[in-house]
Structure formats: structure tokens, C-alpha cells
Design a binder for this molecule. Structure first.
Ligand SMILES: NC(=O)c1ccc[n+]([C@@H]2O[C@H](COP(=O)([O-])OP(=O)(O)OC[C@H]3O[C@@H](n4cnc5c(N)ncnc54)[C@H](OP(=O)(O)O)[C@@H]3O)[C@@H](O)[C@H]2O)c1
Length: 321
């Protein structure tokens, strides 16, 4: 088969021949239709993801839409051990796949599910989120951040504070549900003072940045909180600004602050898959949107290195679509 193939961690994948996956017990073959180029896919292909075992060559791609032998389309998350989804053929574990809803567009599903499920699963599986609560989305200008704003609105959030850097992307967020928008592109002291004022009394933080923005945001919010004993669930999802923070002990004493993460591991694969039908229904309904850029698999090498407009998601497409 033809596939995107990584032979060196410092070079983009090339469109090449690669052995098709053979039959495997409990797995179904699919003809691939579409696979998203998510940040997780890039880190896997550059050997920098924490699950990377350094083995090469590899086919990248962690999820996608494929066509089963009976003709039905499924969205699935690839096995960690199996070749990736950026290929003409792949294997599907039926326990990690769900049928596409009627009318769903495979490219939109391939673009949207990975970023959207980060906040969908966090708000539905990591905490008991109630309509009327308030949310801060830290790092709201990417695909996942934008979806988090839409999902918080869908789940009935009373206030949604969206914070990020790109001014054009920030401008779009009030139309998607943000009640307050805070720019983090200027002077940090002023930006985080504004963030603290807007988000002082939120119940939940969905944190895509970590690193320096989180180190500034925590005290900015805590010191302005009217009732510091009101629970604050700080859900770590991405580390766009750095993998670590310094955590002064006082932060944990001064408020009812609960740090947690959301992702594979903190939620079971079964729990994540159970959320997919309802999420995919909302994507198909347009409640959660994606700005997909379809590119044929044969152009993977160029697509990998081309600049991507912020908030857009490249989706590699295969002949089976
Ligand atoms: N745990 C999970 O389940 C899960 C699932 C999906 C994704 N994720 C993670 O979530 C993160 C976001 O994914 P994505 O799909 O939204 O990526 P994306 O579409 O590529 O967006 C990344 C955004 O990050 C922003 N950014 C980068 N550095 C920043 C900083 N220092 N401060 C504020 N914003 C910054 C950029 O916006 P500006 O141009 O405005 O700076 C960019 O638009 C990634 O780390 C990804 O791995 C986690």
C-alpha cells in the first residue's frame, strides 16, 4: 500500500510504499478515508511524544475515518502498537471505533474529533459539570480551544472566559459562545490582571497552555476569588507553552484548587469511546465546528511542512473516500 512513512525523526514523512497490515485477531481491516494531522501526530512522528519508543520506520496518524469491508464508515482511534492511520489501509479494533452518524462528513469528523474530545471528555468524565457553572479556556485560539468554547456553551455554561493570543482567532470566539475574551498577546502583568478579573469566580479551567501562562493565571484567578473555598477544578489538557510549572505550596492552601488532567490514561479508552457517538452527533449538527483543510495523502510531505493558518486542521484524504 501507499502510506506516509517516517524514516527519520528530523524529516517530514514521505509518500512511499509500505507493507499493508496483515490480518490480526480481533481487528478489522479498513480502507482509510481521512486522517487528521493533530499536534499529537506531529509529536509522535518527531519522536518527542511521551509514548514514543524510538522505533523507525513508522506510519504516523492516531485516528481517522475508514471504510469497513461491509462499506460502513467508522471513526476509530488506532492501537498504540499498530501502524498509524496515514495510509491506504489500517486495522481497527472494534472496541475503539464508532459508526459515523448519518450525514456526517468524514473530513470534518477526522478534523474535529481529536481536538473536540479533549474538552468533551474532560467536562463529562473528569468532573461533574453542571449547567450554569462558569469556565475559563486557557489557550482558546487553537482547534481544541475553539471547540472547548463551543462545548462549554453546549453543556450550558453560564460564563465562558476565552483567553489566548491570536487576535483574529480571539475575535471569532464571542460568536461561538465566549462571554468574555482576554488577550494574552500584550504585557503579561496587564494581561493576567485582566484574566484574573474576568475569570475570578469560574468553577472550571480547561488548560491547554501549562507553562508560564498557567503559572501566571493561577495566582491571578485565586487572589481575585470572592470565595476561595468555592471548588475550582483546573483541568490540564495540553502543554502548548511548556511541559512543566512551578507550583508554590501556597496555591494549594489558599483556595479549594484541584489540579487534574484529562487524556488517555486518566480516562479509560472505553470511557473515551463511549463519549464519541454523542460528540460526533454534535459535530455533525454543527454545534462543534472544524476548519478542515483536506490534502491528498500523496502530498503529505509538503502538507507537513507548509505553514498552517491558526485554527485550521490539515486532514489527509485517501482514495477510499
Ligand atoms: N489530552 C487530550 O485529550 C488532548 C486531546 C487533543 C489535544 N490535546 C492537546 O491540546 C493542545 C491544543 O491542541 P490543538 O489541536 O488545539 O492544537 P492547535 O490547533 O495546533 O492550536 C495550538 C494553539 O496553541 C496556541 N498557543 C501556542 N503557544 C501558546 C502560548 N504560549 N500561550 C497561548 N496559546 C498558545 C496557538 O495560538 P496562538 O496563535 O493564539 O498563540 C495555537 O493556535 C495540544 O497540546 C494537544 O496536544 C490534548
Amino acid at each position: 500500500m501507499r502510506a506516509a512513512v517516517v524514516r527519520s525523526f528530523d524529516h517530514a514523512p514521505r509518500y512511499e510504499e509500505f507493507p499493508a497490515p496483515g490480518p490480526a485477531e480481533g481487528r478489522l481491516p479498513v480502507e482509510m478515508v481521512a486522517a487528521g494531522l493533530h499536534p499529537r501526530v506531529r509529536s509522535g512522528a518527531s519522536g518527542t511524544h511521551y509514548t514514543s519508543d524510538g522505533r523507525l520506520p513508522l506510519v504516523p496518524g492516531v485516528d481517522g475515518v475508514g471504510r469497513l469491508p461491509d462499506g460502513h464508515l467508522v471513526y476509530f482511534v488506532a492501537d498504540d502498537e499498530a501502524p498509524g492511520t496515514m495510509a491506504e489501509q489500517a486495522l481497527v479494533d472494534p472496541r475503539r471505533s464508532v459508526p459515523l452518524p448519518d450525514g456526517a462528513d468524514p473530513v470534518t469528523i477526522a478534523a474535529a474529533v481529536n481536538p473536540a474530545m479533549s474538552s468533551w471528555v474532560a467536562l463529562r468524565r473528569r468532573i461533574t459539570f453542571r449547567a450554569g457553572q462558569s469556565v475559563l479556556v486557557l489557550g482558546a485560539t487553537g482547534n481544541a480551544g475553539r471547540a472547548a468554547v463551543q462545548i462549554a456553551r453546549h453543556l450550558g455554561a453560564a460564563r465562558i472566559v476565552a483567553a489566548g493570543r491570536d487576535p483574529r482567532r480571539l475575535d471569532l470566539l464571542p460568536g461561538l459562545g465566549a462571554t468574555d475574551v482576554v488577550s494574552l498577546a500584550g504585557d503579561p502583568d496587564q494581561d493576567f490582571a485582566r484574566l484574573g478579573e474576568a475569570a475570578a469566580d469560574v468553577d472550571v479551567v480547561i488548560d491547554y497552555t501549562w507553562g508560564a501562562p498557567t503559572e501566571r493565571a493561577v495566582p491571578a484567578v485565586l487572589t481575585r476569588r470572592a470565595d476561595r473555598s468555592a471548588p475550582l477544578a483546573w483541568i490540564q489538557i495540553g502543554s502548548l507553552a511548556g511541559p512543566e510549572i512551578t507550583l508554590p505550596s501556597a496555591w494549594l492552601r489558599a483556595a479549594d484548587l484541584r489540579f487534574m488532567g484529562s487524556g488517555q490514561g486518566s480516562v479509560t479508552a472505553r470511557g473515551i469511546v463511549a463519549e464519541l457517538p454523542s460528540l460526533m452527533a454534535e459535530i455533525t449538527r454543527g454545534t462543534v465546528t472544524a476548519d478542515a483543510v483536506p490534502v491528498p495523502l500523496s502530498q503529505v510531505e509538503e502538507a507537513w511542512t507548509a505553514p498552517v493558518e491558526p485554527g485550521r486542521r490539515i486532514v489527509l484524504t485517501m482514495a477510499a473516500g
